[in-house]
Design a protein around this ligand. Structure first.
Ligand SMILES: [Zn+2]
Length: 119
């Protein structure tokens, strides 16, 4: 039998706990609720109907912010970024964003901050 982790959610039909299994974590047979499960596991179990053996009902874990189906295609555009203090460099002059530094909007040159407007 394969190893997995479990999230227990009360069935909205009968109120009994129903197990949702995920292999997206360490698969050490951990058990969680919707409140304490890792984000990665929640993403794995959402939008997939499960069956309640107690009452023969079906239910799915949904969030309108994450509708079913493939994620929407990002509408990317080029934004100017401030030079990092310690870029990784190559003798021939190439530079890379440092691996140990997360990029955030604080790194953008102010006038380039996107408005979030999708028109
Ligand atoms: Zn039920």
């Amino acid at each position: 039998m394969g190893m997995f982790d479990s999230v227990y959610v009360d069935c909205p039909h009968c109120g009994k706990p129903v197990e949702f299994q995920s292999k997206e974590w360490d698969c050490q047979m951990d058990t969680w609720t919707l409140d304490d499960a890792p984000t990665q596991v929640l993403r794995d179990i959402m939008n997939w109907p499960n069956h309640c053996e107690k009452c023969d009902g079906w239910f799915a874990l949904i969030d309108p912010y994450f509708p079913p189906g493939p994620p929407p295609r990002p509408a990317l555009h080029a934004a100017m970024v401030k030079a990092p203090d310690n870029p990784d460099t190559h003798p021939q002059g190439m530079k890379w964003w440092p691996d140990d530094r997360d990029f955030s909007y604080n790194d953008l040159i102010a006038s380039a901050v996107p408005s979030g407007d999708r028109t």
